[in-house]
Write a protein that binds this ligand. Sequence first.
Ligand SMILES: *[C@@H]1O[C@H](CO)[C@@H](O)[C@H](O)[C@H]1NC(C)=O
Ligand SMILES: *[C@@H]1O[C@H](CO)[C@@H](O)[C@H](O)[C@H]1NC(C)=O
Ligand SMILES: *[C@@H]1O[C@H](CO)[C@@H](O)[C@H](O)[C@H]1NC(C)=O
Ligand SMILES: *[C@@H]1O[C@H](CO)[C@@H](O)[C@H](O)[C@H]1NC(C)=O
Ligand SMILES: *[C@@H]1O[C@H](CO)[C@@H](O)[C@H](O)[C@H]1NC(C)=O
Ligand SMILES: *[C@@H]1O[C@H](CO)[C@@H](O)[C@H](O)[C@H]1NC(C)=O
Ligand SMILES: *[C@@H]1O[C@H](CO)[C@@H](O)[C@H](O)[C@H]1NC(C)=O
Ligand SMILES: *[C@@H]1O[C@H](CO)[C@@H](O)[C@H](O)[C@H]1NC(C)=O
Ligand SMILES: *[C@@H]1O[C@H](CO)[C@@H](O)[C@H](O)[C@H]1NC(C)=O
Ligand SMILES: *[C@@H]1O[C@H](CO)[C@@H](O)[C@H](O)[C@H]1NC(C)=O
Ligand SMILES: *[C@@H]1O[C@H](CO)[C@@H](O)[C@H](O)[C@H]1NC(C)=O
Ligand SMILES: CC(=O)N[C@H]1CO[C@H](CO)[C@@H](O)[C@@H]1O
Length: 656
Amino acid sequence: MGPRATSGAFALFFALAASVQASFLLPKDPSSKIASTVAIPKLEIRALPNAPDGYTPQNTTCPSTRPTVRSASALSQNETSWLEMRRNNTIDPMSDLLGRLNISGFDAESYITNNAKNASALPNIAIAISGGGYRACLNGGGAVQAFDSREINSTAAGHLGGLLQSATYLAGLSGGGWLVGSIYVNNFTTITSLLDNNASSVWEFGNSIFEGPATGGIQVLDSAEYYTGIEQEVSAKADAGFNTSVTDFWGRALSFQLVNASDGGASYTWSSIQLQDSFANAESPMPILIADGRAPGETLIPGNTTIYEFNPFEFGTWDPTTYGFVPLEFLGSNFSGGVLAESEHCVRGFDNVGYVMGTSSSLFNQFILDVNQTSIPELAKNFVSDILGHFSESDDDIAQYQPNPFYGYHTQTSTVSQLAALNLVDGGEDLENIPLHPLIQPFRHVDVIFAVDSSADTNNYWPNGTSLVASYERSLNGTSAVGGNLANGTSFPAVPDQNTFVNLGLNTRPTFFGCNSSNTSSPTPLVVYIPNSPYTYQSNISTFDPSYNTSQRDLIVENGYNVATMGNGTVNSTWPMCVGCAILQRSLERTQTAMPNVCVQCFADFCWDGTVNSTNPAAYEPPYKVGATKKGAATREGVSYSFVAIVALAVSVTLL
Ligand SMILES: *[C@@H]1O[C@H](CO)[C@@H](O)[C@H](O)[C@H]1NC(C)=O
Ligand SMILES: *[C@@H]1O[C@H](CO)[C@@H](O)[C@H](O)[C@H]1NC(C)=O
Ligand SMILES: *[C@@H]1O[C@H](CO)[C@@H](O)[C@H](O)[C@H]1NC(C)=O
Ligand SMILES: *[C@@H]1O[C@H](CO)[C@@H](O)[C@H](O)[C@H]1NC(C)=O
Ligand SMILES: *[C@@H]1O[C@H](CO)[C@@H](O)[C@H](O)[C@H]1NC(C)=O
Ligand SMILES: *[C@@H]1O[C@H](CO)[C@@H](O)[C@H](O)[C@H]1NC(C)=O
Ligand SMILES: *[C@@H]1O[C@H](CO)[C@@H](O)[C@H](O)[C@H]1NC(C)=O
Ligand SMILES: *[C@@H]1O[C@H](CO)[C@@H](O)[C@H](O)[C@H]1NC(C)=O
Ligand SMILES: *[C@@H]1O[C@H](CO)[C@@H](O)[C@H](O)[C@H]1NC(C)=O
Ligand SMILES: *[C@@H]1O[C@H](CO)[C@@H](O)[C@H](O)[C@H]1NC(C)=O
Ligand SMILES: *[C@@H]1O[C@H](CO)[C@@H](O)[C@H](O)[C@H]1NC(C)=O
Ligand SMILES: CC(=O)N[C@H]1CO[C@H](CO)[C@@H](O)[C@@H]1O
């Protein structure tokens, strides 16, 4: 598809979007701002807008050491150096946090400070935020708010503030990637600042992405300017010789909701995160986003697909097929066989933050597969089914990374080394909807992963363990004939089937997996599974719902805070202390320190004990654990049809 087609397609997209929206979108509550009572730090400065020419990638002069693709046989030197700094910076927050969590009969603060010189003895913590559209962004946002010691009251008894400051990695995928991206692109800001209703918040989800930003806040564009601007930017990228796809439009549109810049942050790059003070000084965890590989013509993404990660330094994969990383800043350069020929320029500006977040959430092919399971009008169903034909016949893919940085690289094992373009889709399409893959890589030595799951697995959009099951199954393919060496040294704790998750309630309260590390031959992180559940709000909103009024948005975040803290310890008073035990357990093993008795009890209470009950469960309809928050006029808006319909239209017009 050439540049002109892109531009024409987008004009059509705009026209159709506007008309479909008029017929499908439900009315919204315009008067739902809640006055905030707390003093909120001002959100001002953010990641560096360092792309050379806005959204258009540009040829630039290469550094004296030309960028190359490296083998995934170790961590990057940049990550290794960064980790040394991060290790030191986590010691005080971890010691403070464990002190507050108050593990009876154990002086956790002294334990951490006594081992501070022995970096590898200390706990190594990661947080993973699942996908699931705005539901996942907001529920995950509540969890991150709870983990962040900068948030008001988060360090009170029963709360978990400081876990974020103690963590080494923060991974997100799809809607969870919007959350992670929002935080880092806006100068490692807090969730409260993103929601700030006193000034103008970044997370204004009242206007759907298809309408564009509300005027009067930080954004000043009307819908027409919004669409025209996006069209011009994507056309300019196409004119510069880069294949564009529906994800370019999607990513630009997302940026207006996620990046605090009046032009939607066209110049912000994911690699610029490494230049931000908070990251450069290792004062924040390392953010990682995930996307899945997609073979040409493929609609259903298999469990053995290649999983790619974007970290602030690099883009690439640990999987034994492609098994390589490229410097993210120079993505878009024409690598061949892992090197950039002398005749080639160093392209910069390809790794636009919206494009990266849009890639991780590019689930257009999934919509088409799911259309008959979705409650949309017959008309829309037929329409989507119609375009399925065009779609599967076409090699015009969803998120195009062209030129493919892994062209001619690892030709013996790679499935993409002969492809001019690398095609990526939403990181959850292989069913691993929690971004655990980068966190179980042996080189990263993660001890414990707090896995926040906002997946919509059951009929009414609650999680049921599907993501953990997928991660576990993949980890078993170390030697199997079919999967080859897919696991490639990774190890994942055993988990039961989904029926067991529901029958034993493992999807309704936090559960630890992998408690007994002697059960696995290679180092395996402890997984603290934190499933979305109704504490104070029924947060099981459809993934396809594109708009949220302010009160609904805030209630989902508050519920997420309660999900992570079990209602600030009111639903289960031992939970905060047991989080402390989970943090410490692998470290105590390494230093051959006995588990405190209270921790032994925590593990008895919160670990999956190996029991299985695979009978078909009744419909999963969890009751409130605390009770509905009485605040504002939070109405559950019905599922809006516009998302599915417009996505279908966008896909079709892009292909025509
Ligand atoms: C971390 O702290 C140790 C000991 O306190 C010190 O020797 C080391 O230089 C520090 N590392 C970094 C990268 O700051
Ligand atoms: C913080 O805690 C105090 C005392 O419990 C309470 O009055 C206040 O509303 C809380 N603030 C927030 C933002 O939750
Ligand atoms: C980012 O936020 C920090 C902490 O609030 C602030 O000190 C710093 O000045 C901000 N960064 C930039 C580049 O201004
Ligand atoms: C994935 O599995 C299928 C068979 O189930 C196989 O044909 C394909 O080559 C595998 N892909 C990779 C990347 O291993
Ligand atoms: C991972 O895959 C690479 C490339 O195929 C291989 O060289 C390496 O030995 C594998 N590592 C493990 C631990 O299996
Ligand atoms: C790693 O850091 C060095 C400087 O220490 C820098 O020159 C290089 O570009 C960085 N690499 C990546 C991939 O960011
Ligand atoms: C960038 O350089 C390549 C050759 O390395 C050339 O083909 C391409 O046209 C240049 N792009 C622009 C926008 O100048
Ligand atoms: C959805 O259902 C219609 C009619 O029942 C059928 O023609 C169509 O192929 C189905 N679409 C998909 C994607 O399965
Ligand atoms: C769990 O979720 C999967 C994926 O959506 C679904 O196929 C399965 O029926 C669900 N099982 C239960 C018991 O909820
Ligand atoms: C827990 O604390 C948070 C933040 O202070 C608050 O929003 C939430 O309502 C509290 N939960 C309960 C159950 O009191
Ligand atoms: C906390 O939850 C665990 C796991 O469900 C349970 O065994 C324990 O009795 C609960 N404790 C309290 C104080 O509610
Ligand atoms: C992704 C993948 O190939 N998974 C397979 C791994 O192996 C188990 C059996 O050991 C299969 O059930 C999975 O399908």
